[in-house]
Design a protein around this ligand. Structure first.
Ligand code: AMP
Length: 481
């Protein structure tokens, strides 16, 4: 996405409004700190030599963030040295350690997306013995080698056996329900986005937080920051974002299928921000200061009301995205291509994939893609082995986009892809089920992604074998030629 320097001012403007709004609902936040897990990712250059990096990386590395003036409402437990450390293990370790050391001061816990916060909890599960040892002895884990990070940590880390014992006491229990509220007892809410694709994480967050309120404060993208939630303590299902008209020029493509459920023959006219109607759904179209012209972001929004004259939108869904675990977004065409590439490995076994569907499994941390395959083998004596199906998993991962592979390789935010082979006839049963619930036989299409519990149960009860990707796919910060 193209961007320009002054865009940083617009982003800062939006960020600067979040705490004044929150302060209306949760007083006293200036008397404590926020434990936020924030990370930078690797950078690359375009063929023309321009720097390319994720939008948040560019914000955290900018002076707007690094040399921000002191603001009692925006004090974080994580130092810049930890947030800006390019090594994700060292960065997370230091941020967690700082959060534990200052646990009494922590009033809110957050990350950008829900998946990031759950990754931090998983990290604590895996690393609490070492973290508590560091706190007990006052000596930093030797795996933290980044010089500026070490220098900072050495200054603040002092032996504190009492705190170490307290953290150890909580973490060593088998039951981690409510762990966030137990360790950070003064936490008033979790600051994470759980609208849209991230809603899948709400039950897990509720489990680990003991039901703390979830605040979705803002709505933004790499292309442009859009707006904020003026009622951040409302339930996730009730969240509406108020678009800030000064962030870009906003237009809306009506997204109503006609009364027969078919898409319209000709595309409907664009509607201006002032002309959207309550209850209607639109696709967001932006013209940005950085040069995108009538660009379709891919988000479908529904108008829920107005704040003064500014319309407010419920995030309905992202168009064409089937699977998402973290910041990855996999669409139908990408999934189809991945299945095609992987199924080539089955040719020598005279086997083909007759049907497939997928599921974003977030019951484990990190979550992973599950692809259900129904296979047709022509020679039963020569069916693909576990090893071959594992290679199919890897071949699918190799075909997926670089954000997916980066999540797998560099960030560990996505677990190995899984193929579940189902019995012959399973997809026919799936169709029967859909038809019994009112789907039209003529128009039935296999859903390429599923998450409805009865369908999942049906699929899972027909699984004959399951196979995981045996290795990491290829990924480097450089673009593929
Ligand atoms: P990216 O450019 O990768 O950061 O992704 C931006 C996209 O993430 C947006 O276009 C939305 O689809 C999604 N997104 C960002 N913020 C929110 C939010 N508050 N609620 C739901 N989805 C969001």
């Amino acid at each position: 996405m193209p961007t320009i320097k002054e865009e940083l001012d617009r982003r800062r403007l939006l960020y600067s409004l979040l705490m004044p709004v929150m302060n209306l609902y949760v007083p006293g936040l200036e008397r404590g700190k926020g434990l936020y897990f924030l990370f930078v990712k690797s950078e690359t250059r375009t063929p023309g030599g321009l720097l390319a990096r994720p939008v948040l990386t560019s914000y955290y590395k900018s002076d707007h963030f690094k040399t921000r003036p002191y603001d009692p409402y925006n004090v974080y437990t994580s130092p810049n040295e930890a947030i800006l450390c390019p090594d994700s293990f060292q960065s997370m370790y230091a941020q967690m350690l700082c959060g534990l050391l200052q646990r009494q001061q922590v009033l809110r816990v957050g990350a950008v997306f829900a998946s990031g916060l759950l990754r931090a909890i998983r990290f604590l599960q895996l690393n609490w013995p070492q973290l508590t040892q560091d706190i007990e002895t006052g000596a930093l884990n030797p795996k933290l080698t980044d010089p500026s990070l070490r220098e900072y940590m050495d200054k603040i880390l002092k032996p504190n056996p009492e705190l170490a014992e307290c953290v150890r006491h909580e973490c060593s229990k088998d039951n981690w329900e409510g762990i966030i509220a137990r360790i950070w007892q003064n936490t008033k809410y979790l600051d994470v986005i759980v609208t849209g694709a991230m809603a899948q994480y709400i039950p897990t967050l509720d489990y680990y937080s003991g039901g703390l309120p979830l605040a979705c404060t803002m709505y933004a993208s790499s292309e442009c920051y859009f707006g904020l939630n003026l009622n951040p303590m409302c339930k996730p299902s009730q969240v509406s974002y108020t678009i800030m008209p000064n962030m870009a020029y906003f237009e809306f493509l009506p997204h109503e299928p006609d009364s027969f459920g078919f898409p319209r023959a000709s595309p409907p006219k664009l509607v201006d921000l002032v002309d959207v109607e309550v209850g209607k759904e639109y696709e967001l179209v932006i013209t940005t200061y950085a040069g995108l012209y009538r660009y379709r972001v891919g988000d479908i929004l529904r108008v829920t009301g107005f704040h003064n004259s500014a319309p407010q939108f419920h995030f309905v869904r992202r168009k064409n995205v089937l699977l998402s675990i973290d910041s990855d977004k996999t669409d139908e065409a990408e999934l189809q291509k991945a299945v095609e590439n992987a199924s080539r490995l089955l040719r020598e076994f005279n086997t083909s994939v007759v049907e497939y569907t997928s599921y974003a499994d977030t019951r484990t941390i990190p979550g992973h893609y599950v692809i259900y395959w129904e296979l047709l083998g022509k020679e039963s004596a020569n069916s693909p082995t576990d090893e071959v199906l594992k290679q199919c998993c890897l071949a699918m991962e190799e075909s997926l986009n670089s954000v997916y592979r980066q999540g797998r390789v560099a960030d560990n935010s996505i677990g190995p892809l899984e193929i579940r082979v189902v019995k012959n006839g399973t997809f026919e049963e799936l169709m029967d089920y859909a038809i019994s619930r009112g789907a039209s036989i003529n128009q039935y299409k296999v859903p390429r992604c599923v998450n409805f519990t009865p369908i999942m149960e049906l699929l899972d009860s027909r699984v004959v074998s399951s196979h995981f990707s045996p290795a990491s796919p290829h990924w480097t910060p450089e673009r593929r030629r």
